[in-house]
Design a protein around this ligand. Structure first.
Ligand code: SIN
Ligand code: CO
Length: 412
């Protein structure tokens, strides 16, 4: 397995990353065309597209073409290769060894690498600039590399996305057309009819925000790279299925008492002469069991916290190579502070916190530091020192450190 690009070299841009924080709600920012996040959310978010010239001036691609290709070669990284050779769309899923990718001199192909934020500090820092939107909505940062003429065809997405040009140029055409029917029989979603209303060429640092269901097509003008900061919006179907699953799991818990373990019984069943007929008694009794399902706002919050903090199926945490015992961990963290690993998702509400799919009670002694760790993704050394009176708190953080969920040291 090739070495991970981001682990191979320490980041030479630590100073730069430290400045790349999200704007405050009422702070005008070049990222949003000198609008405040509040103005952006009110006028554009989920409503209409916005082109922002020089959202991030002097931007450099978070990682080189070679480093992106190396990521696409890893088993735990989701990547896709889309080619449009001889006017035919083709889609392949990674991993891709370097010699499985077409030559960079060949026109009209693109490599899409999902979740680059999970593997690269600079990509993670870039994504964090968008944390004026709740983490519960933030999905990932994808990077696409395309050769001249490359793209994924005219299509629409069901998610909000910021398309940030990080290298070279891309021509975007887009519009809010009604007809979103797709060409049949293709391996990817390509619109049957595409009638763009606007057309812009984006240069490095320029960004296009698109709400869901806007038809769009981005075609590389020469070799280019685009970062897509995407947001998740589960469907009502997915939420319902997952919530019912969560409730069923809870019913199976000993804490839910005998209710969940009660089994269907039919002591009043009469003998039958039509054995294949569904017994009305069965429908009645099962109806009574289902009518017993109840939930409140606490269950909804517990479901959302665990569901939305669950790492994607391909995420693998890397525990430290040489694990420090708790005492040494505390000594080091008192000097340098701690930070969440790039892959960790930590959410909280007034009652609980949710870390990588696990729900725990937010004890009152945690309220002093856990929300801060979740919101800033780090605890500075002097803040960590204040925790060290409570051995249960340092024990918890040591556990996260051993699992690779938390790292010693400041944010890069
Ligand atoms: C791309 O970056 O090539 C495609 C992004 C998109 O259109 O969703
Ligand atoms: Co798209």
């Amino acid at each position: 397995m090739p070495k991970r690009p981001s682990d191979a070299t320490p980041s030479p841009v630590s100073g730069l990353l430290a400045h790349s924080r999200a704007p405050l709600p009422d702070e005008p920012t070049p990222l949003l065309g000198n609008r405040t996040p509040r103005q952006f959310m009110r006028r554009y978010w989920q409503k209409k597209p916005l082109l922002i010239r020089q959202a991030i001036p002097d931007i450099a691609a978070p990682l080189s073409r070679e480093a992106l290709f190396e990521l696409a070669d890893l088993d735990d990284v989701e990547s896709r290769l889309i080619t449009h050779f001889r006017n035919t769309w083709n889609l392949e899923h990674g991993p891709f060894a370097p010699d499985e990718l077409p030559s960079s001199k060949k026109r009209e192909w693109t490599l899409l690498v999902q979740g680059v934020n999970l593997h690269d500090d600079r990509a993670h820092a870039l994504m964090n600039r968008f944390r004026f939107i709740p983490d519960a909505r933030l999905d990932d940062l994808m990077i696409s590399y395309a050769t001249d003429g490359g793209g994924v065809g005219p299509h629409f997405d069901s998610y909000d996305v910021f398309l940030l040009q990080v290298h070279g140029k891309r021509r975007w055409r887009f519009g809010a057309q009604r007809d979103l029917s797709l060409k049949p029989g293709l391996p990817l979603k390509v619109l049957q009819h595409f009638e763009p209303a606007e057309e812009w060429v984006l240069e490095p640092g320029d960004m296009l925000y698109l709400p869901p269901h806007i038809a769009h097509d981005g075609i590389a003008e020469g070799e280019c790279m685009t970062a897509s900061i995407g947001f998740r919006a589960p469907s009502a179907h997915e939420l319902t299925a997952q919530f019912l699953y969560h409730l069923a799991e809870r019913m199976g818990d000993a804490s839910d008492g005998p209710k969940g373990n009660a089994r269907y019984r039919d002591p009043a069943q009469e003998p039958v002469s039509s054995p294949a007929a569904l017994p009305p008694l069965l429908i009645d009794r099962v109806g009574a069991i289902l009518a017993n399902i109840n939930w409140n706002e606490k269950d909804i919050a517990a479901f959302l916290g665990t569901y939305l903090s669950e790492p994607k199926a391909n995420v693998v945490f890397d525990p430290p190579e040489r694990v420090l015992n708790e005492q040494k961990f505390v000594e080091r963290a008192k000097k340098t502070g701690v930070r969440l690993d790039r892959k960790t998702i930590l959410l909280y509400d007034a009652r609980s916190f949710f870390v990588n799919g696990e729900a725990e009670v937010l004890l009152s002694k945690m309220k002093k530091w856990l929300p801060e760790l979740a919101d800033t993704r780090c605890l500075q050394a002097k803040r960590f020192v204040t925790l060290t009176d409570e051995s249960s708190m340092t024990a918890l953080l040591h556990e996260w450190y051993c699992a690779g969920w938390l790292r010693i040291g400041a944010l890069p």
